[in-house]
Design a protein around this ligand. Structure first.
Ligand SMILES: [Fe+2]
Ligand SMILES: [Fe+2]
Length: 183
């Protein structure tokens, strides 16, 4: 059921308006996660293509998405377990993403690393949608409402965060759109 929720073109119906742009970006993050996991079991060319695509989306979108979550949402997060999980997973993903950017060839030849990166990204996004975003909007709706201008800023800066956005125009790749339609 979450597959449908997370790969539809809009965030979950009850998502707070301030969180909606970030929820929309989770869709393209999930596509990258699946691409990496599939490519890990594929040939060298598939792995290289997946690393290049992920690195592109990382620089264009995911990196700033993580920064925004930490800047906007961490100050609203009282629970130490939620805080530490968010920071630990962002840290691990940043490290792997930087490794892909720095050493694309070596990364593409490392099946285990690609599988780990794809798995971590997938599980992180699922956790945010199911647990973290839910807890923030349940416990801090008013604080979130005061951050609504930030949602506008994110939509202005990152096309993947906009409503009714098609993935093809976010990444410049029709392949990603096809991937999205597969699910
Ligand atoms: Fe995150
Ligand atoms: Fe996120």
């Amino acid at each position: 059921m979450d597959n449908d929720t997370l790969t539809s073109s809009e965030p979950p119906l009850k998502r707070h308006p301030t969180l909606q742009p970030l929820s929309r970006e989770h869709m393209s993050g999930l596509i990258q996660a699946r691409n990496l996991q599939r490519a890990a079991g594929g040939d060298a060319h598939q792995r290289r293509v997946a690393v290049e695509a992920f690195t592109r989306v990382w620089h264009k979108e995911i990196r700033s998405h993580f920064d925004d979550e930490e800047r906007l949402l961490l100050p609203l997060t009282d629970c130490p377990e939620l805080r530490s999980r968010l920071l630990a997973e962002h840290g691990a993903l940043r490290e792997l993403a930087e490794q892909c950017a720095r050493e694309p060839e070596a990364s593409a030849s490392d099946e285990t690393m690609l599988r780990r990166l794809g798995g971590l990204l997938h599980d992180h996004i699922r956790w945010e949608e199911r647990v973290y975003f839910e807890s923030i909007q349940r416990d801090h709706p008013e604080e979130l409402a005061r951050l609504l201008h930030e949602a506008d800023r994110i939509e202005r800066l990152r096309p993947g965060a906009r409503p009714r956005h098609t993935l093809g125009s976010s990444t410049g790749s029709g392949q990603d759109k096809e991937r999205a339609d597969e699910h």
